[in-house]
Write a protein that binds this ligand. Structure first.
Ligand SMILES: Nc1ncnc2c1ncn2[C@@H]1O[C@H](COP(=O)(O)OP(=O)(O)OP(=O)(O)O)[C@@H](O)[C@H]1O
Ligand SMILES: [Mg+2]
Length: 389
């Protein structure tokens, strides 16, 4: 049988010899190692002196091949590791076990440190004689930083969780004895035989302090309800104008003390279906802020309604809030004033926003041309059909 004639277009070459093929694979492999950028791959002689250097080694450690070949690997170790004899110990372990893995800080040419993942393999000939070592190093600094950041975040989250848990337990524990003290004080004031005037004054003062404590504890309870998603609303139909007027009337004495005049007007249809106590709480928090931070300036409340929404604005002519702070102050425990000047927990606006948003509304600050702060609360007058409130 004769073999088919070669294809006219195909040129034939002599087959490479076994030796040539091995050489070509070795050359390609050497080129591959030399060009790898993410790993420092290099060889050491049996005493730990550097014999080869690839791109990754140059990239990771900062030395060029000319600078480092012939130097001892102890150059890459920190003074602490050198004092402990770590380079020699690792080479000895590699000789004993065939290879050794290590993670730790190493030093670059410029003195900066990087977190290295290192594998050192002992190279021996057929008779077991040590020829040197192959060392592969990876820079894991970024990964280490990401892990540390994750741990830091987890600790921060845990700290916040513990704080919230503590606040919730503390508020619940404080509420019951506090109510009992208030009841006792009230009963003293209501005694038919009456109190001696100076004693009455003291009891009344104690009652007022007690009321403040009750309000603080109740705010903390609200915050823990919000955190656990158990802030529930009890809607009823009422006119926002009536609710705001009632709060304004309640604040009469407070406004006199703050030397502020509080004015209120209303336009358009403003009735709707909302949780009255919670809406009054929103108005209270905004009005308290104006009388505290803008004391001595006029405070104006306006309610406007249309077919869709009722909108309440509370404005004063105090120091106002810088635009850069206007979103932050609605966060939990966020304040824009030094604690020393004004007392407060930084919760009033946070609670107000949660209540308004639970009603499907919005609360924000309006941009102002003149001095002062202006808060705008928009409440939908009708609950969205089918949506929970
Ligand atoms: N009308 C306002 N004028 C100027 N700054 C204000 C006004 N209202 C709020 N702020 C700023 O916003 C911050 C947050 O207000 P928020 O009511 O949430 O907390 P607080 O008043 O500090 O404490 P809390 O209300 O819990 O007693 C205040 O600390 C203050 O810096
Ligand atoms: Mg406040």
């Amino acid at each position: 049988m004769t073999s088919p004639p070669p294809h006219p277009q195909v040129r034939s070459f002599p087959a490479p010899t076994e030796e040539a093929r091995t050489r070509s694979v070795e050359e390609r492999f050497r080129a591959l190692v030399a060009s790898v950028k993410d790993y420092a791959i290099f060889m050491l002689d049996p005493t730990g002196r550097i014999e080869t250097w690839n791109k990754g080694a140059e990239h990771t450690k900062g030395y060029s091949a000319e600078e480092i070949i012939g130097e001892h690997i102890s150059r890459f170790y920190t003074p602490e590791d050198l004092a402990r004899g770590r380079p020699a110990a690792l080479l000895a372990r590699a000789v004993h076990d065939g290879r050794v893995e290590d993670e730790g800080w190493r030093v670059r040419k410029d003195g900066s440190r990087f977190w290295a993942d290192v594998v050192i393999t002992a190279l021996v000939d057929d008779s077991g004689r040590l020829l040197g070592f192959a060392k592969v190093t990876r820079d894991l600094t970024e990964r280490l930083r990401a892990q540390q950041e994750q741990v830091r975040l987890a600790h921060a989250e845990e700290a916040v969780r513990l704080r919230d848990e503590f606040l919730s337990i503390a508020a619940h524990e404080l509420r019951t004895p506090l109510s009992a003290v208030q009841l006792q004080l009230q009963s003293l004031l209501e005694k038919p035989e009456g109190l001696e005037p100076r004693a009455r004054l003291k009891v009344e003062r104690a009652c007022r302090s007690g009321d403040r404590l009750v309000r603080l504890v109740d705010t903390l309870l609200d915050v823990s309800r919000i955190a656990t998603g158990s802030l529930t609303l009890t809607p009823s139909t009422f006119d926002l104008t009536d609710a705001v007027r009632e709060v304004v009337d309640r604040f009469g004495e407070h406004a006199v003390q703050a030397q502020s005049t509080v004015s209120f007007r209303s336009e358009g249809p403003t009735s709707g279906s909302w949780d009255r106590l919670r809406i009054e709480q929103v108005v209270t928090n905004l009005l308290t802020n104006s009388l505290k931070y803008a004391a001595g300036t006029p405070v104006e409340l306006v309610v406007r309604g249309d077919e869709k929404d009722a909108v309440l604005t509370v404005s004063d002519r105090g120091p106002g809030i810088p635009a850069s702070e206007q979103d932050r102050i609605f966060g939990r425990f966020e304040r824009a004033v030094p604690i020393r000047n004004f007392g407060g927990l930084g919760l009033g606006l946070y609670v107000a926003r949660q209540i308004v948003e639970a009603h499907g509304g919005e609360i924000s600050m309006a941009p102002r041309q003149s001095a002062g702060a202006e808060f705008v609360v928009r409440l939908p007058r009708h609950a969205p059909s089918g949506g929970p409130r």
